[in-house]
Design a protein around this ligand. Structure first.
Ligand SMILES: Cc1cc2nc3c(=O)[nH]c(=O)nc-3n(C[C@H](O)[C@H](O)[C@H](O)COP(=O)(O)O)c2cc1C
Ligand code: SF4
Length: 452
């Protein structure tokens, strides 16, 4: 049997193949953090397309830990029925659903009227690129946040989902503790690696205490920080050797899998690795101008030639040449050190590349984000024996920069027959709608029957 379609067995979960839909956040939900039909429609596209499991988008465990309004949260028990409904519908396609327990820390794009308080972080230094402000967490903040993660896991379990993932990657709160480039504390949560790892280890133990040992729990980690990958005056941050040690500790504490990512911010030149579409970005970044100290400056750079092109050049230079499988060397280091399965993210969309990565022992499975946004049915193409989809993802990153204002979807016009076809694909997430409005014909028929 082709290794790509062999089931993957974790301690508490079996997934039918080696393809995971990686986390992709889009503003589909209601302003208050309740979920809606559009998110269900979105996730079903991938369940139908054949992935073995969907790892959800960023799901905040507290309102203060939200990136943007309009992402479904898991911050209170009233959210459980929505996630239960979503999980049940995804299960109909023999697809598992793992919820990503998340907290923004200082990396918060757009606040909301109900997002009370300045962002929390391991530090009180603003996030350097956009200048998002934050305050240093007290021990009480830390304890409350640890409990919020544990309660999020309990809610996911009560909703009948298949597991949870800690968002310990890409510069969000857990990375802000783990990273030597960001964490500047001088208490027991800062300094040496074992102190910086204390926060996430406390979360894992609190989750295990809350949900027991028989519920799937995985950790997404930025194996290498490249914290100076864009701004060279920043400290470099964690190396893969440090992350290997963190993964060993997490395995001891009860984590069932590691999901390997990269970069101590999001986005980062290496994540999602691709182009930097300044024209598209300048049209959406304006929504963030009031969020950070440097956001107005950044918008002016994105709007002005040649600064915009210089920024793009610098971004792509720091990305490096490799896109597909760029995290495989880090994944291999981690896989050699732990006994739990390792999932690798980053550019995967070619069956032969994925097959080689698994058979050569770099990872046990891959997670895919943009390639599946471009081709929701990519796994079906692989099943049919194709090595790639006929119109693959170009890694243009237009989906990423549109997401601040527009529905998530593929915005690469060259992949479609027309602009109209592209917009139809983007808007298809609203089909079926939450309430079906009657067609004109139906309204007329109704009016006639009322009169008669
Ligand atoms: C639009 C978009 C939204 C994303 N949202 C999240 C997220 O909520 N949580 C997360 O861990 N990663 C997120 N990512 C990162 C992806 O999960 C993935 O790890 C990364 O894009 C690299 O994989 P790819 O090359 O297959 O896209 C997002 C990526 C994109 C493009
Ligand atoms: S817009 Fe489409 S082609 Fe471009 S990176 Fe996103 S999914 Fe890929």
């Amino acid at each position: 049997m082709d290794v790509l379609f062999e089931p993957l067995r974790f301690r508490n979960l079996t997934v039918k193949n080696r393809f995971f839909r990686s986390n992709v956040s889009g503003r589909f939900d209601n302003y208050d953090g309740s979920g809606n039909q559009a998110r269900i429609n979105w996730e079903l596209k991938f369940a139908r397309g054949g992935v073995g499991a969907i790892i959800s988008s960023f799901v905040p465990v507290t309102l203060r830990g939200r990136i943007i309004p309009g992402y479904a949260t898991i911050d209170n028990d009233a959210r459980i029925p929505f996630w239960r409904e979503l999980g049940q519908q995804v299960h109909e396609y023999d697809c598992k659903f793992i919820l990503q327990l998340s907290h923004s820390g200082r990396q918060r794009d757009i606040g909301g009227v109900d997002q009370l308080g300045v962002a929390l972080s391991s530090t009180d230094k603003p996030e350097p690129l956009h200048g998002f402000p934050c305050e240093r967490m007290t021990k009480q903040d830390i304890q409350e946040t640890v409990q919020a993660f544990a309660q999020g896991a309990r809610r996911a379990r009560e909703a009948g989902l298949d597991g949870v993932e800690l968002h310990g990657a890409n510069g969000y709160l857990i990375t802000q503790f783990l990273s030597s480039g960001i964490n500047d504390r001088d208490d027991e949560y800062g300094g040496p690696l074992q102190n910086r790892a204390r926060f996430v280890r406390e979360i894992v133990r609190a989750i295990r205490q809350e949900v027991g040992n028989d519920f799937h729990l995985q950790m997404k980690i930025s194996a290498t920080d490249y914290n100076n990958g864009l701004l060279p005056w920043e400290k470099p941050g964690n190396t893969v050797r440090e992350s290997v040690q963190v993964c060993r500790w997490l395995e001891e504490d009860g984590v069932d899998a590691i999901h390997v990512s990269t970069g101590s911010s999001f986005p980062h030149p290496k994540n999602p690795a691709g182009d930097f579409p300044v024209v598209d970005l300048s049209g959406t970044y304006d929504s963030m101008i009031s969020s950070g100290r440097n956001t107005l400056r950044n918008e002016l750079i994105f709007l002005t030639w040649p600064f915009s092109q210089l920024f793009r050049w610098w971004w792509v230079k720091n990305r490096g040449k490799r896109i597909e499988g760029l995290n495989l060397p880090d994944a291999r280091e981690i896989k050699r050190a732990v006994n739990v399965p390792v999932i690798c993210t980053g550019g995967f969309q070619t069956a032969s590349v994925i097959r080689r990565a698994i058979t050569r022992g770099y990872c046990d499975a891959v997670s895919m984000a943009r390639p599946l946004i471009a081709n929701n049915d990519l796994v079906k193409h692989f099943e049919a024996g194709r090595d790639r989809a006929p119109r693959p993802c170009t890694y243009c990153n237009k989906c990423l920069v549109n997401v601040i204002e527009n529905p998530l979807g593929c915005y690469e016009e060259s992949r479609f027959d027309s602009r109209e076809a592209m917009i139809r694909q983007v808007m298809s997430v609203f089909d079926p709608p939450p309430f079906r409005e009657p067609s004109t014909q139906e309204s007329v028929a109704h009016a006639i029957s009322d009169v008669s």
